[in-house]
Design a protein around this ligand. Structure first.
Ligand SMILES: *Cc1c(COP(=O)(O)O)cnc(C)c1O
Length: 480
């Protein structure tokens, strides 16, 4: 029989697509049977793959078989309810389905005209979230600012820094380059993406000046004011402050209002990175973490962390969209079109670094509509309750101690026997495959992090984790 095309037919897609959805559903049903942290060694996966790609197409069944046999052993199960490492990255079923539709449509939404719904749904869903989280008025698209979906908090912070840089230089940096006098500020607990943004934006890592922190690892406004004053006296131009709501290390809450007052007074751009903890603002009782946000120039949080939306989706808000657009807009002939020229539409390519963009708003729309704000609140509250319970057990245990306040869903703790013991404890726990935890250092002290935010984590998983931790610690103590 003569073959006219190599494509998969819609009929085959329908049949195989159902198989793949079944495969994903089966995966979630048995997810607790896998070791949470993949146990393979470097090179194990590649050694099982053929050296060359197939010349002839292969049956889909063979691809699925190899998915099970070759790929699955090399997966660390982020969606396991026993995943307590780093921060969570949710992948709820509604978000997976929304992402599937986005893939199915295959839209590239760089301009309004390249799919009006891609842009308008994004603007609308980001306004929805701003209202549901009680974010200040200026971040709404109906005000001077607005929101845009970025791939990651790293990109959002870089865009914020670029806009701050250009605002500080009256938008001449893009034309003439930098003069080496701009400085930015963050605490040592800010995410590493801030330092990376300094490298990429051309400000230089050494021009990120570190602000002292208090006992809870939160940035000290008095020290920020002092540094800015000293830098101005030295002829430098303070341009950017990156504050964090929920630091990655220990979930410290920088005091946004007091920092914002310093930034307003000094005319310095305040960016607030709430990558994980931002989602908590959906619950009114946790909005104290966002107090003073109306003094910020930009803000971001990641639905792909704690809002049950699969990677990648970061919501980035600016108070003055003109600053961002003036920084990132460039219009070659081949992108000119009537809608853009009319000025009546948003072209999100001007709000980000790449030109092209996926239709990510769909998955957010699916998630928000499936759960409703109440559903999201329910699960967030549950996670915070579980973390508070865990913190209580640590506090009550004579051999363990808390290493930082636990304001929401991250608990920093350690066994009292010292760094080396805790390192061994962590390795032993992760090798068991029963759970996955990671660590940080606080004041140089090796600290375990219990991060509770995986969608399907229930009380029984947290109870089992604590039992496993205490039992393993007792074993290690006995081994001496
Ligand atoms: C996780 C995290 C980031 C990085 O997030 P990406 O979206 O992966 O870039 C940035 N800041 C904070 C506070 C984080 O917790």
């Amino acid at each position: 029989m003569e073959q006219r095309t190599y494509h998969m037919s819609p009929e085959e897609f329908r049949r195989l697509g159902r198989q793949v959805v079944d495969w994903i559903a089966d995966y979630y049903e048995r997810i607790e049977s896998y070791p949470v942290l993949s146990q393979v060694r470097p090179g194990d996966i590649r050694s099982r793959l053929p050296a060359d790609p197939p010349a002839q197409g292969e049956p889909f069944a063979d691809i699925l078989r190899d998915l099970d046999e070759i790929i699955m052993p090399g997966i660390t199960h982020w969606q396991s309810p026993n995943f307590f490492a780093f921060f969570p990255t949710g992948a709820s079923f509604p978000s997976i389905l929304g992402d599937l539709v986005s893939s199915g449509l295959g839209v590239q939404g760089m301009l309004w005209a390249t799919s009006p719904a891609c842009t308008e749904l994004e603007t609308h869903v980001l306004d929805w979230l701003a209202k549901a989280m009680g974010l200040p008025e200026q971040f709404l698209s109906t005000s001077t600012g607005g929101g845009v979906i970025q791939d990651s908090a790293s990109s959002a912070s870089l865009c914020a820094l670029l806009a701050a840089r250009e605002r500080a230089l009256d938008y001449r940096g893009n034309l003439h380059g930098l003069d080496g006098r701009l400085v930015a500020y963050a605490s040592a607990h800010a995410h590493s993406s801030i330092e990376k943004a300094m490298m990429i934006a051309g400000l230089g890592r050494e021009n990120l000046h570190l602000v002292a922190v208090d006992d809870s690892y939160a940035m000290r406004p008095d020290d920020l004011a002092r540094l800015i004053k000293a830098d101005r006296a030295a002829g430098l131009t303070p341009a950017f402050v990156a504050a964090t709501i929920g630091t990655t290390s220990s979930n410290a809450m920088d005091p946004i209002r007091a920092l914002g007052e310093v930034c307003r007074r000094e005319d310095v751009w305040l960016h607030v990175d709430a990558a994980m903890s931002g989602t908590a603002a959906l619950c009114p009782e946790f909005r104290w973490t966002h107090d003073g946000l109306e003094l910020a120039d930009s803000y971001c949080f990641n639905p792909h962390k704690w809002m049950f939306t699969n990677f990648d989706a970061d919501c980035f808000y600016v108070a003055d969209r003109a600053a961002l657009i003036n920084t990132l807009s460039i219009l070659p002939e081949y992108l000119k079109n009537q809608a853009t020229e009319s000025g009546a539409v948003i072209d999100y390519r001007d709000w980000q670094i790449p030109l092209g963009r996926r239709f990510r708003a769909l998955k957010l729309w699916f998630v928000i509509r499936h759960y409703g704000i109440e559903g999201l609140q329910y699960h967030i509250r549950r996670h915070v309750e579980l973390a508070q319970q865990f913190a209580g057990w640590v506090k009550a245990h004579e051999r363990f101690e808390l290493m930082a306040p636990a304001p929401l869903n991250l608990v920093c703790f350690r066994h009292k026997a010292g760094d080396e013991f805790n390192e061994r404890l962590l390795t032993r726990l992760n090798e068991s495959g029963e759970l996955y935890l990671t660590h940080t250092k606080l004041d140089g002290i090796f600290t375990l992090r219990m991060s509770i935010g995986q969608m399907y984590t229930e009380e029984r998983h947290v109870v089992a984790a604590w039992e496993k931790i205490t039992r393993t610690a007792a074993e290690l103590e006995n081994e001496g």
